[in-house]
Design a protein around this ligand. Structure first.
Ligand code: B4P
Length: 335
């Protein structure tokens, strides 16, 4: 299937899966919340309290499908991202012609935002592994194809044990954007850059984040050149994230965790230290994924909403992220 066909099919496939009961939709309300001149979005979704609990797996680079995720009724372990797929959630397949890697496009079975979908590797690959050039290319082409038919989406990837991911099988997620992009994008757009092709940091943020601005004419790039640019941008941001992590003597051992956010205009990587933030008064754990670092928090009760506002989104994100150690705009490959 072509990217445009996938994007065009998602709305009707979403409605159908909802009707057949193969997809669960959890209604929510959004509150805008401003701190230090940054406008965050806090989504209150009490219905998620009734989402079936899926066991938290351990991530590793060499996981095999028999070792992962939840259990079927017979007690056999089960990976929801391996074929055969539920026909009502499976929108279609994509193939990267150069690497020959195949992906399945699945509707998010537990959807908070309508038309949220996933691109999963057909063969098991680890969610703790970095995005490969062809995965960046396929993701960006999806975002670009949406724009070509008047739709706005962005991609995110929760990488590693402490990134907020709950599935260890490699999956990149896509969600529609309602207005002019997620909060981090509005901030990134305001950044004045001295060097167009170098990573930069958003200094208003309370935590380390590394961003790269794409050239405005990426839609005219031939595939090979586009893949090279995306891979290069990703590597520079990943280098900076690893370098940020190396400044933290208490960083957990093992493969580093980080969140990736890809919009039409920017790529962002946010290194992660912890999966959950523990709320001070209640001791409850708040799960933060890449959407949290896009500036979109998710809470499941009025009490959690009040606690998040009381403690502050900036403090919460800093709590699960790292301190910024790099200059505003730097060349990649720093110590
Ligand atoms: P992960 O990378 O593993 O983790 P996640 O997005 O943080 O979702 P999680 O599963 O931890 O759910 P949570 O309660 O935090 O993503 C796995 C994805 O696969 C998820 O989207 C999951 O729903 C989906 N999935 C699982 N089993 C599936 C199956 N059999 N078939 C197809 N898809 C399957 O959050 C609940 C939901 O809200 C998640 O979708 C999450 O992405 C979304 N969300 C979180 N913050 C949000 C925000 N601020 N705004 C809107 N949505 C938000």
């Amino acid at each position: 299937m072509q990217h445009i066909d996938i994007i065009s099919a998602v709305p009707s496939r979403f409605e159908n899966a909802l009707k057949t009961g193969d997809l669960f939709f959890f209604p929510s309300t959004i509150e805008k919340h401003t701190e230090q001149e940054i406008q965050y979005e806090i989504r209150l979704c009490p219905a998620l309290q009734h989402k079936p609990a899926l066991p938290t797996p351990h991530f590793s680079d060499d996981l095999i499908d028999s070792e992962i995720t939840d259990h079927t009724p017979k007690g056999k372990k089960f990976d929801p991202f391996l074929p055969p797929y539920n026909n009502n959630l499976h929108v279609g397949d994509l193939k990267d012609e150069v690497s020959q890697e195949e992906f399945a496009i699945l509707l998010n079975k537990y959807s908070v935002v309508p038309q949220h979908f996933l691109m999963v590797t057909k063969e098991f690959r680890s969610q703790a592994s970095p995005l490969m050039p062809h995965e960046l290319l396929q993701s960006y082409t999806m975002v670009l194809s949406a724009r070509k038919i008047g739709k706005k989406i962005f991609a995110f990837y929760n990488c590693g044990n402490n990134s907020g991911a709950s599935q260890p099988h490699k999956h990149i997620q896509f969600v529609p954007i309602e207005d002019d992009g997620p909060p981090i994008e509005r901030l990134a757009r305001q950044a004045k850059l001295d060097f167009a092709d170098r990573p930069f940091s958003l200094t208003k943020l309370s935590y380390a984040s590394h961003s790269y601005r794409f050239p405005t004419n990426l839609d005219t790039y031939p595939q090979e050149r586009l893949e090279e640019l995306l891979a290069n941008a990703f590597l520079q941001l990943l280098d900076l994230s690893i370098s940020t992590i190396r400044h933290d003597p208490e960083y957990p051992a093992g493969t580093p965790s980080y969140n990736v956010i890809m919009t039409l205009e920017h790529l962002h990587i946010v290194p992660r230290r912890l999966e959950h933030y523990t709320l001070e008064k209640t001791g409850e754990k708040l799960n933060i994924n890449a959407l949290g670092f896009a500036g979109m928090l998710l809470v499941k009760s009025d009490e959690e909403l009040a606690a998040v506002k009381r403690e502050g989104v900036g403090k919460i994100l800093r709590g699960v992220g790292l301190s910024s150690v790099h200059d505003i705009q730097v060349e990649g490959q720093m110590d």
